[in-house]
Design a protein around this ligand. Structure first.
Ligand SMILES: [Zn+2]
Length: 151
């Protein structure tokens, strides 16, 4: 894996699994995170064959923040834009479900902490860096983007 260096941007994703994900149970969240890890690290064609889960943090529907890939290393979450870019995934499919208030608050809290720790100049949704080729991080997050991404 490549070193991340000094992060200057953050990109928000959703998992976007077809069934969505709304559980607040830690055991269910652990299984959900393990399924993402398997998808990212299993050899192709089953998985992506990456060295680790692609995101640096996950935020669950109960508002818990989970540390994933070490910030020492560049993530694997936006094609051609992973340099100096912290990847945050909101667990759920926000084209199907609303964003729970606890999850929204935790996302804002995480962004505030990252801005304190690093010289972050930009917060993107995945689609903003992908010419809208994806709808990630989902309609319900994009609808709250001004409140989510403002300081
Ligand atoms: Zn994404």
């Amino acid at each position: 894996m490549s070193p991340l260096g000094v992060p200057t941007r953050v990109t928000i994703h959703h998992t976007g699994f077809p069934a969505g994900f709304t559980s607040c149970e830690p055991s269910a969240i652990k299984i959900n995170l393990q399924s993402i890890l398997m998808l990212h690290t299993a050899p192709p064609p089953e998985g992506r064959g990456w060295a680790d889960i692609g995101y640096h943090f996950a935020v669950d529907p109960a508002g818990r923040i989970w540390a994933l890939r070490s910030l020492a290393y560049q993530g694997a979450h936006v094609r051609n834009h992973n340099e100096n870019n912290i990847g945050v995934v909101a667990l759920g499919n926000f084209d199907l479900h609303d964003l729970p208030d606890l999850q929204f608050t935790a996302l804002r809290q995480l962004l505030a902490e990252l801005r304190l720790a690093f010289p972050i100049t930009d917060v993107f949704g995945h689609k903003h860096l992908a010419d809208n080729a994806t709808n990630c991080p989902g309609a319900a997050i994009v609808a709250r983007w001004p409140q989510l991404s403002s300081r």
